[in-house]
Write a protein that binds this ligand. Structure first.
Ligand code: DHB
Length: 310
């Protein structure tokens, strides 16, 4: 592929704007290698915690064409495992992004410090995991979120980004976008799954996933209009100063183009990988390149945030 699809997150160059959304296909070394061999521009690891975790009881993931529902409970092999494989994965010469989550503020700092000494290129601070029973979502406490990011950013030589959930009010987005610009967060990933989703198997008369009262994070096509608005508003209120990775219902080249117009520099794929496998990366890149040619777009950057008012 030529440079048509190239994009940047901070100083990192991505050959294509497509990443995996953290959580999907990125827990083991084998999965990460497969992602790195696919037509991805960068790869995000499964959110890691200090200690390995089994996660919630199964079934904990359900997906169909239009949506996915998950209550995984942060199953991961622990930060030390990911640190032990990251050097070898550098051979693929793609940006490697660590996703971290703590149960307390101090755990975020402990993890960020470990990543800082490694060969990861960036840290995505996951302040939006919806599946921790009894724990709220950090990102809905704006003050605490900004303080965590500020402290990590102060000490980090890596790019520092944040993964956020959807917000309901423009005022919250305005306030957060402005703070994130102030503390110079390098990228913002929008959005994590919607915290409270549910599906019922009417024949079995039961839930489709087991943990947490059958309720989990909702992703996929059904959340795209919501995610686009979040991307647009973060871009609008930051006056284009935030680098945004859009996530939510990306299935085809047109979806990527929409996210770019709304203000994203790259996009993450989640539910569409579950439904179609890793071949989807190549397919979407080809579709996007075709759209760029038809619309005479010379490079991706010139289209970021270029949505027209009606
Ligand atoms: C999990 C789900 C998320 O949406 C997330 O951001 C982190 C972890 C999970 O349940 O494993």
């Amino acid at each position: 592929m030529d440079k048509l699809l190239q994009t940047k997150i901070g100083n990192l160059i991505l050959k294509t704007p497509l990443l995996n959304a953290s959580g999907v296909w990125c827990t083991t070394k084998k999965e990460l290698e497969e992602l790195l061999k696919a037509d991805t521009g960068a790869v995000v690891f499964k959110t890691m915690t200090i200690n390995p975790r089994q996660g919630n009881p199964k079934p904990r993931l359900y997906f169909e064409k239009n949506f996915s529902l998950n209550s995984m409970g942060l199953p991961n092999l622990g930060v030390d495992y990911y640190l032990s494989i990251v050097d070898d994965l550098k051979k693929f010469k793609k940006p490697l992004i660590a996703s971290i989550a703590g149960f307390k503020e101090e755990e975020f700092y402990f993890l960020a410090e470990k990543i800082n000494k490694s060969s990861f290129d960036a840290i995505e601070v996951n302040l939006s995991c919806p599946n921790l029973e009894g724990k709220g979502i950090f990102a809905y406490d704006l003050k605490k979120s900004v303080s965590i990011l500020k402290n990590i950013k102060k000490k980090s030589s890596k790019l520092v980004g944040v993964k956020l959930p959807p917000y309901n009010q423009r005022g919250e987005i305005k306030e957060l976008a402005e703070r994130l610009v102030e503390i110079k967060v390098d990228f913002v990933t929008l959005i994590n799954s919607l915290p409270l989703g549910m599906e019922i198997d009417w024949q079995k008369e039961s839930f489709v996933i087991k943990p947490n009262l059958g309720i989990g994070g909702l992703g996929g096509k059904v959340i795209k209009p919501l995610a686009l608005a979040q991307v647009y508003l973060f871009n609008y209120f930051s006056q284009g100063k935030l680098t945004i990775i859009g996530v939510g219902g990306v299935n085809k080249g047109e979806d990527v183009y929409q996210y770019i117009l709304a203000g994203a520099s790259a996009v993450g794929l989640g539910t569409s990988i579950l439904n179609q496998g890793l071949k989807i990366f190549k397919k979407i890149n080809q579709q996007l390149a075709k759209i760029f040619k038809e619309k005479k777009v010379n490079n991706l950057k010139e289209k970021i945030g270029q949505i027209k008012q009606l």
